[in-house]
Design a protein. Structure first.
Length: 202
Protein backbone atom coordinates (compact mmCIF):
# COMPACT_ATOMS: atom_id res chain seq x y z
CA UNK A 1 0.00 0.00 0.00
CA UNK A 2 1.08 3.55 -0.52
CA UNK A 3 1.19 6.04 2.30
CA UNK A 4 1.23 9.76 1.75
CA UNK A 5 0.03 11.98 -1.06
CA UNK A 6 0.92 11.43 -4.69
CA UNK A 7 -0.79 13.59 -7.28
CA UNK A 8 -0.01 13.08 -10.95
CA UNK A 9 -1.59 13.95 -14.24
CA UNK A 10 -3.60 11.19 -15.84
CA UNK A 11 -1.86 12.07 -19.07
CA UNK A 12 1.41 10.84 -17.60
CA UNK A 13 -0.19 7.57 -16.58
CA UNK A 14 -2.00 6.78 -19.79
CA UNK A 15 -5.70 7.55 -20.14
CA UNK A 16 -6.58 4.31 -21.91
CA UNK A 17 -7.57 2.50 -18.75
CA UNK A 18 -10.06 5.13 -17.71
CA UNK A 19 -11.51 5.29 -21.22
CA UNK A 20 -11.85 1.52 -21.07
CA UNK A 21 -14.05 1.89 -17.99
CA UNK A 22 -16.64 3.64 -20.14
CA UNK A 23 -17.61 0.23 -21.47
CA UNK A 24 -18.04 -1.27 -17.99
CA UNK A 25 -21.19 -0.25 -16.17
CA UNK A 26 -20.87 1.20 -12.69
CA UNK A 27 -24.63 0.98 -12.15
CA UNK A 28 -25.35 0.42 -8.46
CA UNK A 29 -21.77 1.26 -7.48
CA UNK A 30 -22.02 5.04 -7.45
CA UNK A 31 -22.90 7.61 -4.84
CA UNK A 32 -24.07 11.13 -5.56
CA UNK A 33 -25.70 13.01 -8.41
CA UNK A 34 -24.96 11.85 -11.94
CA UNK A 35 -24.39 15.46 -13.03
CA UNK A 36 -22.09 16.41 -10.14
CA UNK A 37 -19.26 18.71 -11.31
CA UNK A 38 -16.60 16.43 -9.82
CA UNK A 39 -16.36 12.72 -10.63
CA UNK A 40 -14.26 10.62 -8.27
CA UNK A 41 -13.28 7.09 -9.25
CA UNK A 42 -11.99 4.84 -6.47
CA UNK A 43 -10.01 1.70 -7.28
CA UNK A 44 -10.08 -0.61 -4.25
CA UNK A 45 -9.35 -4.13 -3.07
CA UNK A 46 -11.48 -5.57 -0.28
CA UNK A 47 -8.44 -7.18 1.34
CA UNK A 48 -6.46 -3.93 1.39
CA UNK A 49 -5.96 -2.45 4.90
CA UNK A 50 -5.43 1.05 3.48
CA UNK A 51 -8.76 0.79 1.64
CA UNK A 52 -10.46 -0.11 4.91
CA UNK A 53 -8.74 2.83 6.58
CA UNK A 54 -10.09 5.17 3.89
CA UNK A 55 -13.60 3.80 4.41
CA UNK A 56 -13.33 4.38 8.16
CA UNK A 57 -11.91 7.91 7.92
CA UNK A 58 -11.99 10.19 4.89
CA UNK A 59 -14.87 8.45 3.10
CA UNK A 60 -17.53 9.59 5.55
CA UNK A 61 -16.28 13.18 5.43
CA UNK A 62 -16.29 13.19 1.64
CA UNK A 63 -19.82 11.75 1.71
CA UNK A 64 -21.11 14.40 4.10
CA UNK A 65 -19.30 17.39 2.65
CA UNK A 66 -19.40 16.74 -1.08
CA UNK A 67 -21.46 13.73 -2.16
CA UNK A 68 -24.57 14.50 -0.10
CA UNK A 69 -24.48 18.10 -1.30
CA UNK A 70 -24.44 17.13 -4.97
CA UNK A 71 -20.92 18.30 -5.73
CA UNK A 72 -19.11 14.96 -6.05
CA UNK A 73 -20.12 11.69 -7.67
CA UNK A 74 -18.16 8.66 -6.45
CA UNK A 75 -17.89 5.39 -8.31
CA UNK A 76 -16.21 2.29 -6.95
CA UNK A 77 -14.10 0.16 -9.28
CA UNK A 78 -12.41 -3.13 -8.53
CA UNK A 79 -8.64 -3.47 -8.34
CA UNK A 80 -8.48 -7.06 -7.12
CA UNK A 81 -4.77 -7.79 -7.04
CA UNK A 82 -3.99 -9.17 -3.59
CA UNK A 83 -4.97 -12.77 -4.32
CA UNK A 84 -7.85 -15.14 -4.95
CA UNK A 85 -9.95 -13.88 -2.05
CA UNK A 86 -9.77 -10.36 -3.46
CA UNK A 87 -11.26 -11.64 -6.69
CA UNK A 88 -14.08 -13.67 -5.19
CA UNK A 89 -14.93 -10.96 -2.65
CA UNK A 90 -15.26 -8.44 -5.47
CA UNK A 91 -17.31 -10.94 -7.48
CA UNK A 92 -19.56 -11.44 -4.45
CA UNK A 93 -20.12 -7.70 -4.16
CA UNK A 94 -21.24 -7.73 -7.80
CA UNK A 95 -23.66 -10.54 -6.96
CA UNK A 96 -25.04 -8.36 -4.17
CA UNK A 97 -25.28 -5.54 -6.70
CA UNK A 98 -27.71 -7.69 -8.69
CA UNK A 99 -30.00 -7.35 -5.67
CA UNK A 100 -29.40 -3.58 -5.34
CA UNK A 101 -27.26 -4.19 -2.26
CA UNK A 102 -23.78 -3.30 -3.46
CA UNK A 103 -23.01 -0.66 -0.83
CA UNK A 104 -24.23 -2.65 2.19
CA UNK A 105 -22.20 -5.64 0.99
CA UNK A 106 -19.18 -3.42 0.21
CA UNK A 107 -19.31 -2.09 3.78
CA UNK A 108 -19.75 -5.61 5.18
CA UNK A 109 -16.63 -6.81 3.35
CA UNK A 110 -14.46 -4.07 4.78
CA UNK A 111 -15.92 -4.68 8.21
CA UNK A 112 -15.04 -8.38 7.99
CA UNK A 113 -11.51 -7.89 6.63
CA UNK A 114 -9.09 -10.22 8.46
CA UNK A 115 -5.82 -10.21 6.54
CA UNK A 116 -4.89 -11.37 3.07
CA UNK A 117 -6.10 -14.76 1.81
CA UNK A 118 -6.72 -15.99 5.35
CA UNK A 119 -10.12 -17.55 4.71
CA UNK A 120 -12.08 -14.47 5.76
CA UNK A 121 -13.48 -14.24 2.23
CA UNK A 122 -14.02 -17.92 1.47
CA UNK A 123 -17.07 -18.85 -0.61
CA UNK A 124 -18.89 -19.99 2.53
CA UNK A 125 -18.11 -16.77 4.37
CA UNK A 126 -19.16 -14.62 1.44
CA UNK A 127 -22.46 -16.48 1.27
CA UNK A 128 -23.00 -16.03 4.99
CA UNK A 129 -22.51 -12.26 4.61
CA UNK A 130 -25.36 -12.24 2.10
CA UNK A 131 -27.53 -13.99 4.69
CA UNK A 132 -26.53 -11.47 7.34
CA UNK A 133 -27.73 -8.68 5.04
CA UNK A 134 -31.04 -10.40 4.29
CA UNK A 135 -30.37 -10.98 0.59
CA UNK A 136 -32.09 -13.65 -1.46
CA UNK A 137 -29.73 -16.46 -0.50
CA UNK A 138 -30.59 -18.79 -3.36
CA UNK A 139 -30.06 -16.11 -6.00
CA UNK A 140 -26.84 -14.91 -4.38
CA UNK A 141 -25.40 -18.41 -4.06
CA UNK A 142 -26.25 -19.20 -7.68
CA UNK A 143 -24.54 -16.02 -8.82
CA UNK A 144 -21.38 -16.61 -6.78
CA UNK A 145 -21.16 -20.29 -7.74
CA UNK A 146 -21.49 -19.43 -11.43
CA UNK A 147 -18.45 -17.09 -11.26
CA UNK A 148 -20.15 -14.96 -13.90
CA UNK A 149 -19.33 -11.69 -12.15
CA UNK A 150 -15.62 -12.44 -12.00
CA UNK A 151 -15.06 -11.23 -15.58
CA UNK A 152 -16.15 -7.72 -14.62
CA UNK A 153 -13.63 -7.81 -11.78
CA UNK A 154 -10.85 -8.90 -14.15
CA UNK A 155 -11.80 -6.24 -16.70
CA UNK A 156 -11.79 -3.42 -14.16
CA UNK A 157 -8.50 -4.59 -12.65
CA UNK A 158 -6.93 -4.63 -16.11
CA UNK A 159 -8.34 -1.17 -16.82
CA UNK A 160 -6.86 0.09 -13.57
CA UNK A 161 -3.42 -1.26 -14.46
CA UNK A 162 -3.62 0.41 -17.87
CA UNK A 163 -4.40 3.71 -16.13
CA UNK A 164 -1.34 3.43 -13.90
CA UNK A 165 -2.97 1.99 -10.78
CA UNK A 166 -0.34 -0.03 -8.92
CA UNK A 167 -1.63 0.18 -5.35
CA UNK A 168 -4.90 0.62 -3.50
CA UNK A 169 -6.75 2.72 -2.82
CA UNK A 170 -6.14 4.89 -5.87
CA UNK A 171 -8.46 7.72 -6.85
CA UNK A 172 -9.03 9.71 -10.01
CA UNK A 173 -10.69 13.03 -9.18
CA UNK A 174 -11.71 14.67 -12.46
CA UNK A 175 -8.53 13.16 -13.85
CA UNK A 176 -6.22 14.01 -10.97
CA UNK A 177 -4.56 10.91 -9.58
CA UNK A 178 -4.38 10.54 -5.80
CA UNK A 179 -2.88 7.44 -4.18
CA UNK A 180 -3.32 6.14 -0.68
CA UNK A 181 -5.70 6.49 2.27
CA UNK A 182 -4.65 10.07 2.81
CA UNK A 183 -6.27 12.69 5.00
CA UNK A 184 -9.56 14.36 4.19
CA UNK A 185 -7.70 17.64 3.64
CA UNK A 186 -5.73 16.08 0.78
CA UNK A 187 -8.96 15.09 -0.94
CA UNK A 188 -10.46 18.47 -0.12
CA UNK A 189 -7.62 20.37 -1.79
CA UNK A 190 -8.13 18.55 -5.09
CA UNK A 191 -11.93 18.58 -4.95
CA UNK A 192 -12.06 22.31 -4.22
CA UNK A 193 -9.63 22.97 -7.07
CA UNK A 194 -11.79 20.95 -9.45
CA UNK A 195 -15.00 22.64 -8.23
CA UNK A 196 -13.41 26.03 -8.87
CA UNK A 197 -12.40 24.99 -12.37
CA UNK A 198 -15.88 23.65 -13.07
CA UNK A 199 -17.48 26.92 -11.97
CA UNK A 200 -15.00 29.06 -13.85
CA UNK A 201 -13.75 30.65 -10.64
CA UNK A 202 -10.16 31.88 -11.01
Amino acid sequence: MVAGLIVLSVATQGGGGIERLEGISALGRTRGESNAPVNMIEFGDYQCPACKRFEETSASQIEETYIATGRVRLEFRNMAFLGDESIIAAAAAECANEQDAFWPYHDKLFGEQRGENSGAFSFDQLKSFAGDLGLDQTAFDECLNSTRTQQLVFDETDAGREAGVDSTPTFFINGQLLKGATSFSDFQDIIEEQLAEASGTP
